[in-house]
Design a protein around this ligand. Structure first.
Ligand code: ATP
Length: 581
């Protein structure tokens, strides 16, 4: 029931995002592009406010971090050196029946209906759900004739029931899983390996083995159409040598290699390859950081939950370079700092947590990783990873290029008395030479936006069978519209003062709307509660006499009367109220 309510509330939130201009399906007038979203006027403001808070805390408020903006198009050698060409893969499985491709680590376990509830390893049924009756019929035929000949099945509407004699679960001690299907003739069993997961949409257990699938988008920087180049140079070779398909593939790759570029799968590599330039031009030495915000691209096979997992997304990344002997200190420091940032703008702090990675979960470059997770309506999901990347990336680029990334210091210095250096890593010889270690924090801006929207979304019952009223209790610093200015009625005499108030707020860089529609003032307040506007200013008859206006608070509904020239200070004071300086 709780899960159903959470799903309904998430649907209501997505509806609000679409209706009120936070989020649109990309290319909707052409039927949309799967997994691609456009951010509407309010979405873009919310995203910008999250981004600004991040940049402010990590660049402007510190003297040890500088910014960078590097190219999205990344040449093959960079990502070959970083390990992404060979190792940036997801293991994927194909369903032989439904033709769906999916990630086994995110797939559900088999739904099995035992005949005898006390003996779940005995006989029973496996339901396979088709989208409609005709497909169910076609799938039944495919199973019986090609995938598992002679297997016993029955059809129940859109469901195919696979009859089972025995079912063995895989276990952590290494016992393999197995399904023994019943045969049509009833005289034997037809065995199938079961690895603990099924195709997520249908519960089909008919799967291929898992295979690695590279997540990077490849493209070509080439004045000649790469397809033409391939046709010209490989067709002839193929005909002459009568090559098989694999060697044609290799020949194609070889022809295209010089012009192959990738859309970066993370912004970090652009930072690493510029390490020396930044230290030289900005006169920086570890410990110091480079921050970058920008788009990354991953050919995600399973797109999930609106903007939670998309092929194109923005990352807020900080690469903090340190002497190796200070790495434990800075890993701990950044884990704490980053978690504090997440909580600063949260309504429900208990819905954010940190989770340390198990060894087998970590990326190929990491020696330690802690995720920040948010409790989304469908469960805990990663919003950020804080990783100890060691000196893996800089070392790889040193090996594969002429990069001079080593730092040389006369003394092994510990930058601050608060830092407990890791003695065993302090080099004995002087001058000290080392390749800096890196602590990275990497956060998805779109996921952050979704987390804060879910966190802020509240539905208030209005009673009398009325639909609930939506309120977005976004932190005022994140709210897209900071203030709505409302002349009491549509009468023109209120407009000059309303415009003056709006102008003072706009000059501060706050997105301000003037709402002069002929709607009751209460309705206009509610429309702004729904998009998270923290304050509404009303210009009324008294304003014309004494230049005062009322200012209403979204969360308490309380109103104060102040001089219109004080509105800017009123809002500014509240925006700074809980800001940690
Ligand atoms: P996941 O396990 O969810 O695929 P990941 O561990 O591969 O994520 P990282 O490589 O650590 O993710 O990327 C850092 C951050 O970038 C993530 O915490 C997430 O916020 C964001 N991110 C990664 N992939 C996507 C995506 N496809 N869509 C939106 N955000 C993403």
């Amino acid at each position: 029931m709780a899960a159903a309510a959470a799903a309904a509330s998430f649907r209501a939130l997505l509806d609000l995002c679409k209706r009120r201009g936070f989020l649109y399906q990309s290319a909707e007038i052409y039927g949309g592009l799967r997994g691609a979203y456009d951010y509407g006027p309010l979405g873009v403001e919310l995203k910008k406010n999250i981004l600004n808070s991040w940049w402010q805390r990590h660049v402007y408020w510190r003297d040890d971090v500088v910014g960078l903006d590097t190219s999205i198009l990344t040449p093959h050698p960079v990502l070959k050196a970083s390990g992404h060409v060979d190792e940036f893969t997801d293991l994927l499985v194909d369903c032989i029946l439904t033709k769906e491709r999916f990630r086994p680590d995110k797939a559900p376990a088999l739904e099995f209906l035992p005949t005898d509830k006390d003996n779940v390893s005995g006989g029973g049924r496996i339901p396979v759900d088709a989208p409609d009756k005709a497909t169910a019929k076609a799938w039944q035929k495919l199973v019986e004739e090609q995938i598992a000949p002679n297997i016993k099945t029955t059809l129940e509407g859109k469901r195919i029931m696979l009859h089972v004699n025995a079912f063995v679960q895989p276990d952590s001690q290494g016992q393999k899983g197995r399904i023994d299907f019943a045969s049509k003739t009833g005289d034997c069993s037809i065995p199938l390996d079961y690895n603990g997961y099924v195709e997520p949409n249908s519960n089909s257990p008919f799967l291929t083995a898992s295979r690695p699938f590279n997540l990077m988008f490849k493209t070509f920087l080439d004045p000649i159409d790469p397809i033409d180049r391939v046709i010209q140079t490989t067709t002839q070779q193929h005909e002459n040598n009568n090559n098989n398909l694999t060697s044609v593939r290799e020949a194609v790759d070889q022809v295209l290699r010089p012009s192959t570029v990738y859309l970066r799968p993370e912004t970090a590599q652009g930072v690493f390859i510029n390490f020396e330039q930044v230290t030289r031009t900005m006169n920086k030495r570890p410990p110091f950081g480079i921050a970058q915000i920008g788009k990354s691209f991953r050919n995600e096979i399973r797109l999930e939950h609106g903007i939670f997992r998309t092929p194109e997304f923005e990352q807020l990344e900080l690469e903090y370079f340190i002497p190796p002997w200070e790495s434990s200190h800075w890993f701990k420091y950044w884990r704490e700092q980053r978690f504090k940032w997440w909580l600063e703008h949260a309504c429900h702090k208990e819905n954010f947590r940190q989770r340390d990675h198990e060894k087998n979960e970590m990326a190929h470059y990491a020696t330690g990783c802690t995720d920040v997770e948010y409790l989304y309506p469908w469960g805990w999901g990663e919003v950020e990873g804080v990783a100890h990347r060691g000196n893996y990336d800089l070392t790889q680029h040193i090996k594969n290029s002429a990069a001079a990334f080593e730092v040389v210091e006369e003394e092994a210095r510990v930058s601050s008395p608060h830092i407990e250096a890791d003695d065993c890593l302090i080099p004995a010889e002087k001058p000290v030479r080392y390749v800096p270690h890196v602590i990275e924090s990497s956060c998805g801006l779109n996921r952050a936006m979704l987390a804060y929207l879910c966190d802020a979304f509240h539905q208030v019952s209005e009673g009398n069978n009325k639909p609930p009223r939506n309120i977005l209790r976004l932190h005022p610093r994140l709210a897209p519209v900071k203030c709505a200015v409302m002349p009491l009625t549509g009468k023109p005499e209120f407009m000059p003062l309303a415009e003056s108030v709006a102008k003072t707020l706009r000059r501060r860089g706050w997105f301000t709307m003037v709402e002069a529609q002929k709607l009751k003032i209460g309705k206009r307040y509610y429309r702004h509660d729904e998009i998270g506007t923290p304050w509404c200013v009303t210009v009324d008859y008294q304003s014309l006499e004494d230049e005062t206006v009322t200012i209403r608070d979204r969360d308490t509904g309380s109103q104060e009367r102040i001089h219109w020239r004080d509105v800017q200070r009123f809002i500014n004071d509240r925006l700074m109220e809980d800001e940690e300086l």
